[in-house]
Design a binder for this molecule. Structure first.
Ligand SMILES: Nc1ncnc2c1ncn2[C@@H]1O[C@H](COP(=O)(O)OP(=O)(O)OP(=O)(O)O)[C@@H](O)[C@H]1O
Ligand SMILES: [Mg+2]
Length: 270
């Protein structure tokens, strides 16, 4: 059996793929070797697996370069993070081609056309930005708390809309389109309004960048993966993603640890 491990900027995920089923653990640790060893150890402990049954460990993510040739005695195969993102996203979404956007600490964008996988862009606006701004502006360091606050927020006291400056639509831009995130922040904006505005800004930046990349790469479908997919789900739930509907944004099951799954699947083909 093959274990996939993604040592990311914030979390380390380890998965085992078995007969189409996934077993997964996620841990947080600063040292990449400790994170990988801890995740592998926890995975085998938690699911009652004998370490000797693990043929290979497919390692990916920024921290994987710190690993040597073996982890707890098991052979390591290193998988490029962009390959793991592309394979993970498309296989979970059941697609041969798609733009895959990894929403992690930062945001990486990969275009997949069958076997051809290209890193086409990304942005430093991501989960790290979400938590950084949330701590700095609101003193909140939990995403659950941030979302609970945001569900009671109102963007009209924070964001400048096209309609605010033009009195209506401008060409094909509806009046409700954001002209400037935080561009109209008022003295009476509440912490709840700011929580929503932070989430909204990050979702809009990533959404608009994804659409531009999809257009440039000729991709119809956009697959979102990574742990920050939850804020896209949140914005869909409170129906603030109107500008993105009509284009194929897909968040597959197991999106949170898609990169670790992609690493395992890539190693299985080697
Ligand atoms: N348990 C958690 N610990 C830390 N961050 C979390 C956790 N759960 C969700 N997050 C959020 O998810 C983000 C990290 O997402 P994810 O784990 O997909 O990325 P990563 O793989 O660590 O980073 P990258 O892919 O950019 O190297 C954090 O920035 C934070 O906003
Ligand atoms: Mg990641």
């Amino acid at each position: 059996m093959i274990v996939g491990i993604d040592i990311g900027g914030s979390t380390t995920d380890a998965v085992i793929l078995e007969d189409g089923e996934f077993h997964v653990v996620t841990i947080e640790a600063n040292d990449p070797v400790a994170a990988a060893a801890g995740a592998l150890g926890k995975l085998v402990e938690q699911y009652g697996i004998d370490l000797n049954q693990v043929e290979r460990v497919a390692a990916t993510g920024a921290g994987s370069r710190a690993l040597g040739e073996r982890l707890l005695g098991r052979q390591i195969v290193k998988v490029s993070e962009f390959t793991a993102i592309g394979v993970g996203g498309t296989s979970l979404a059941g697609k041969q081609r798609a733009l895959v956007v990894s929403l992690g600490t930062g945001t990486a964008i990969v275009s997949v056309n069958g076997e051809k996988i290209d890193h086409t862009g990304g942005t430093g606006v991501g989960g790290g930005t979400l938590l950084g701004l949330s701590k700095h502006i609101l003193g909140v360091s939990s995403i659950d708390t941030l979302e609970a606050m945001a569900s009671r927020g109102d963007l009209r006291r924070v964001d400048l809309k096209v309609g605010d400056i033009a009195g209506g639509p401008i060409g094909d831009l509806p009046a409700g389109t954001t002209a400037a995130n935080f561009g109209k922040i008022r003295a009476d904006a509440t912490p709840e309004d700011k929580a929503l505005a932070i989430i909204n800004m990050i979702v809009e930046v990533i959404g608009v960048l994804s659409l531009a990349n999809a257009r440039a790469c000729g991709q119809e479908d956009i697959v979102l993966t990574g742990k920050i997919t939850r804020i896209f789900r949140f914005m869909q739930k409170i129906r603030r993603l109107e500008f993105m509907f009509g284009r194929g944004f897909v968040i597959p099951d197991h999106a949170d640890y898609a990169t670790a799954i992609g690493a395992a699947r890539t190693a299985a083909r080697m």
